[in-house]
Design a protein around this ligand. Structure first.
Ligand SMILES: Nc1ncnc2c1ncn2[C@@H]1O[C@H](COP(=O)(O)OP(=O)(O)OP(=O)(O)O)[C@@H](O)[C@H]1O
Length: 210
Protein backbone atom coordinates (compact mmCIF):
# COMPACT_ATOMS: atom_id res chain seq x y z
CA UNK A 1 0.00 0.00 0.00
CA UNK A 2 1.27 3.52 -0.83
CA UNK A 3 2.68 5.56 2.06
CA UNK A 4 0.10 8.19 3.11
CA UNK A 5 1.14 11.81 2.65
CA UNK A 6 0.14 12.66 6.20
CA UNK A 7 -0.39 10.29 9.06
CA UNK A 8 -1.46 10.79 12.66
CA UNK A 9 -0.46 7.89 14.86
CA UNK A 10 -2.04 7.42 18.24
CA UNK A 11 -1.98 11.19 18.71
CA UNK A 12 -3.00 12.68 22.02
CA UNK A 13 -3.39 16.29 23.15
CA UNK A 14 -3.50 17.67 26.68
CA UNK A 15 -3.91 21.41 27.28
CA UNK A 16 -4.07 23.09 30.67
CA UNK A 17 -4.22 19.63 32.25
CA UNK A 18 -7.27 18.64 30.19
CA UNK A 19 -7.22 15.81 27.65
CA UNK A 20 -8.69 17.18 24.40
CA UNK A 21 -8.28 14.06 22.29
CA UNK A 22 -6.37 10.80 22.49
CA UNK A 23 -5.51 7.79 20.33
CA UNK A 24 -6.17 9.71 17.16
CA UNK A 25 -5.21 7.64 14.12
CA UNK A 26 -5.68 8.98 10.62
CA UNK A 27 -4.12 8.63 7.16
CA UNK A 28 -4.46 11.31 4.50
CA UNK A 29 -3.29 10.43 0.98
CA UNK A 30 -1.88 12.94 -1.50
CA UNK A 31 -4.63 14.80 -3.33
CA UNK A 32 -7.04 15.03 -0.40
CA UNK A 33 -8.71 17.73 1.67
CA UNK A 34 -9.11 17.04 5.39
CA UNK A 35 -11.74 19.17 7.11
CA UNK A 36 -11.33 19.28 10.88
CA UNK A 37 -14.56 20.18 12.63
CA UNK A 38 -15.76 20.32 16.23
CA UNK A 39 -17.13 22.62 18.90
CA UNK A 40 -15.29 25.65 20.27
CA UNK A 41 -12.43 24.43 22.41
CA UNK A 42 -12.50 20.88 20.98
CA UNK A 43 -8.84 21.16 19.98
CA UNK A 44 -8.92 21.95 16.25
CA UNK A 45 -6.28 24.68 16.42
CA UNK A 46 -4.21 22.52 18.77
CA UNK A 47 -4.30 19.66 16.27
CA UNK A 48 -3.28 21.93 13.38
CA UNK A 49 -0.39 23.29 15.42
CA UNK A 50 0.70 19.73 16.21
CA UNK A 51 0.63 18.82 12.53
CA UNK A 52 2.92 21.80 11.88
CA UNK A 53 5.31 20.85 14.68
CA UNK A 54 4.44 23.97 16.69
CA UNK A 55 2.90 22.05 19.59
CA UNK A 56 4.20 18.79 21.04
CA UNK A 57 1.74 15.92 21.30
CA UNK A 58 1.10 14.44 24.74
CA UNK A 59 1.62 11.09 23.01
CA UNK A 60 1.86 9.67 19.52
CA UNK A 61 3.38 11.25 16.45
CA UNK A 62 2.78 13.00 13.15
CA UNK A 63 4.36 11.59 9.99
CA UNK A 64 4.84 13.32 6.66
CA UNK A 65 5.54 11.03 3.70
CA UNK A 66 6.54 8.32 6.13
CA UNK A 67 9.02 10.38 8.18
CA UNK A 68 8.40 11.69 11.69
CA UNK A 69 8.05 15.47 11.50
CA UNK A 70 10.00 15.74 14.78
CA UNK A 71 13.07 14.47 12.91
CA UNK A 72 12.37 16.03 9.48
CA UNK A 73 12.29 19.58 10.91
CA UNK A 74 13.51 22.11 8.26
CA UNK A 75 12.87 19.71 5.41
CA UNK A 76 9.24 19.39 6.58
CA UNK A 77 8.79 23.13 7.09
CA UNK A 78 9.78 23.82 3.49
CA UNK A 79 6.90 21.58 2.41
CA UNK A 80 4.31 23.37 4.52
CA UNK A 81 2.28 26.58 4.44
CA UNK A 82 0.56 27.27 7.78
CA UNK A 83 -1.93 30.10 8.07
CA UNK A 84 -3.17 30.57 11.62
CA UNK A 85 -6.61 31.97 12.39
CA UNK A 86 -5.24 35.38 13.26
CA UNK A 87 -3.53 36.70 10.14
CA UNK A 88 0.08 37.11 11.31
CA UNK A 89 0.72 40.44 9.61
CA UNK A 90 2.95 43.35 10.59
CA UNK A 91 0.65 46.38 10.77
CA UNK A 92 3.16 48.94 9.55
CA UNK A 93 4.36 46.95 6.56
CA UNK A 94 2.56 47.11 3.24
CA UNK A 95 0.61 44.20 1.81
CA UNK A 96 3.50 43.47 -0.58
CA UNK A 97 6.11 43.67 2.19
CA UNK A 98 4.08 41.35 4.42
CA UNK A 99 3.64 38.83 1.64
CA UNK A 100 7.29 38.88 0.60
CA UNK A 101 8.47 38.62 4.21
CA UNK A 102 6.24 35.63 4.94
CA UNK A 103 7.28 33.85 1.73
CA UNK A 104 11.00 34.50 2.29
CA UNK A 105 10.85 33.36 5.92
CA UNK A 106 9.41 30.12 4.60
CA UNK A 107 12.41 29.70 2.30
CA UNK A 108 10.88 31.03 -0.93
CA UNK A 109 12.31 33.83 -3.09
CA UNK A 110 9.38 35.43 -4.94
CA UNK A 111 9.89 38.65 -6.88
CA UNK A 112 7.88 41.84 -6.30
CA UNK A 113 6.06 41.12 -9.57
CA UNK A 114 5.04 37.68 -8.33
CA UNK A 115 3.85 39.20 -5.06
CA UNK A 116 1.85 41.83 -6.98
CA UNK A 117 0.26 39.11 -9.12
CA UNK A 118 -0.67 37.12 -6.00
CA UNK A 119 -2.24 40.19 -4.37
CA UNK A 120 -4.09 40.91 -7.59
CA UNK A 121 -5.44 37.35 -7.59
CA UNK A 122 -6.55 37.95 -4.00
CA UNK A 123 -8.54 40.99 -5.15
CA UNK A 124 -6.16 43.53 -3.64
CA UNK A 125 -5.14 45.49 -6.72
CA UNK A 126 -4.51 49.08 -5.64
CA UNK A 127 -3.73 48.06 -2.05
CA UNK A 128 -0.24 46.65 -2.69
CA UNK A 129 1.50 49.55 -0.98
CA UNK A 130 -1.03 50.19 1.76
CA UNK A 131 0.14 49.51 5.33
CA UNK A 132 -1.99 46.58 6.36
CA UNK A 133 -3.25 48.49 9.42
CA UNK A 134 -5.31 50.54 6.95
CA UNK A 135 -7.03 47.44 5.53
CA UNK A 136 -10.28 45.83 6.64
CA UNK A 137 -10.32 42.42 8.37
CA UNK A 138 -11.35 40.69 5.17
CA UNK A 139 -8.64 42.47 3.17
CA UNK A 140 -6.04 41.51 5.80
CA UNK A 141 -7.20 37.94 5.50
CA UNK A 142 -6.78 38.17 1.73
CA UNK A 143 -3.18 39.38 2.18
CA UNK A 144 -2.46 36.31 4.33
CA UNK A 145 -4.18 34.01 1.82
CA UNK A 146 -2.16 35.43 -1.07
CA UNK A 147 0.66 33.26 0.36
CA UNK A 148 -1.19 30.29 -1.10
CA UNK A 149 -0.82 31.69 -4.60
CA UNK A 150 2.94 31.92 -4.10
CA UNK A 151 2.95 28.55 -2.31
CA UNK A 152 0.99 26.57 -4.88
CA UNK A 153 3.94 24.18 -5.29
CA UNK A 154 4.24 23.63 -1.53
CA UNK A 155 2.49 20.28 -0.96
CA UNK A 156 0.90 20.71 2.48
CA UNK A 157 -1.40 23.60 3.36
CA UNK A 158 -2.66 23.89 6.93
CA UNK A 159 -5.34 26.58 7.23
CA UNK A 160 -7.03 27.56 10.48
CA UNK A 161 -10.47 29.08 9.83
CA UNK A 162 -9.36 30.46 6.44
CA UNK A 163 -12.90 31.57 5.50
CA UNK A 164 -13.24 33.90 8.49
CA UNK A 165 -14.02 37.48 7.47
CA UNK A 166 -14.11 36.65 3.74
CA UNK A 167 -16.92 37.92 1.54
CA UNK A 168 -18.61 35.61 -0.98
CA UNK A 169 -16.19 36.54 -3.78
CA UNK A 170 -13.10 35.83 -1.71
CA UNK A 171 -14.61 32.63 -0.29
CA UNK A 172 -15.27 31.37 -3.83
CA UNK A 173 -11.70 32.26 -4.81
CA UNK A 174 -10.36 30.32 -1.80
CA UNK A 175 -12.55 27.31 -2.63
CA UNK A 176 -11.01 27.37 -6.11
CA UNK A 177 -7.47 27.54 -4.73
CA UNK A 178 -8.08 24.64 -2.34
CA UNK A 179 -9.73 22.52 -5.06
CA UNK A 180 -6.89 23.17 -7.51
CA UNK A 181 -4.28 22.33 -4.88
CA UNK A 182 -5.94 19.05 -4.04
CA UNK A 183 -6.42 18.25 -7.75
CA UNK A 184 -2.69 18.72 -8.31
CA UNK A 185 -1.83 16.20 -5.58
CA UNK A 186 -1.51 18.55 -2.62
CA UNK A 187 -2.91 18.00 0.87
CA UNK A 188 -5.05 20.65 2.56
CA UNK A 189 -6.03 20.55 6.23
CA UNK A 190 -8.50 23.17 7.25
CA UNK A 191 -10.84 24.02 10.07
CA UNK A 192 -14.13 25.71 9.38
CA UNK A 193 -17.20 26.59 11.35
CA UNK A 194 -19.11 27.12 8.12
CA UNK A 195 -20.47 23.58 7.85
CA UNK A 196 -22.37 24.33 4.67
CA UNK A 197 -19.43 25.88 2.91
CA UNK A 198 -19.64 25.03 -0.77
CA UNK A 199 -16.37 23.16 -1.07
CA UNK A 200 -16.72 21.48 -4.42
CA UNK A 201 -18.17 18.00 -3.87
CA UNK A 202 -15.86 16.72 -6.61
CA UNK A 203 -12.85 17.56 -4.42
CA UNK A 204 -11.70 14.36 -2.67
CA UNK A 205 -12.20 15.12 0.99
CA UNK A 206 -12.64 13.58 4.41
CA UNK A 207 -13.84 15.00 7.70
CA UNK A 208 -12.38 14.59 11.15
CA UNK A 209 -14.77 15.51 13.94
CA UNK A 210 -13.02 16.33 17.22
N1 LIG B 1 -1.87 28.53 24.77
C1 LIG B 1 -2.68 27.73 25.46
N2 LIG B 1 -2.34 27.31 26.69
C2 LIG B 1 -3.15 26.51 27.39
N3 LIG B 1 -4.34 26.06 26.95
C3 LIG B 1 -4.73 26.44 25.73
C4 LIG B 1 -3.92 27.28 24.92
N4 LIG B 1 -4.56 27.49 23.76
C5 LIG B 1 -5.71 26.81 23.85
N5 LIG B 1 -5.81 26.18 25.03
C6 LIG B 1 -6.93 25.36 25.47
O1 LIG B 1 -7.02 24.23 24.63
C7 LIG B 1 -8.40 23.97 24.35
C8 LIG B 1 -8.57 23.80 22.86
O2 LIG B 1 -8.24 25.01 22.21
P1 LIG B 1 -8.17 25.08 20.62
O3 LIG B 1 -7.86 26.49 20.29
O4 LIG B 1 -7.29 24.02 20.12
O5 LIG B 1 -9.69 24.72 20.25
P2 LIG B 1 -10.51 24.93 18.90
O6 LIG B 1 -11.26 23.66 18.65
O7 LIG B 1 -9.62 25.41 17.81
O8 LIG B 1 -11.52 26.07 19.32
P3 LIG B 1 -12.31 27.21 18.50
O9 LIG B 1 -13.34 26.53 17.65
O10 LIG B 1 -12.94 28.01 19.57
O11 LIG B 1 -11.30 27.98 17.71
C9 LIG B 1 -9.23 25.11 24.93
O12 LIG B 1 -9.89 24.61 26.08
C10 LIG B 1 -8.22 26.14 25.30
O13 LIG B 1 -8.56 26.78 26.50
Amino acid sequence: MATPALELRDLGCVRSGRALFSHLNLSVPAGRLLRVTGANGAGKTSLLRMVCGLLSPACGEVLWRGGRIATLREEFHRQLVYLGHAAALKDDLSATENLLTAARLAGGSPSEQEAAAALNAAGLRGHERSPVRTLSQGQRRRVALARLVLGSAVPLWVLDEPFNALDATAAAWLVGLVSAHVASGGVVLLTSHQADLALQPTTPQQELVL
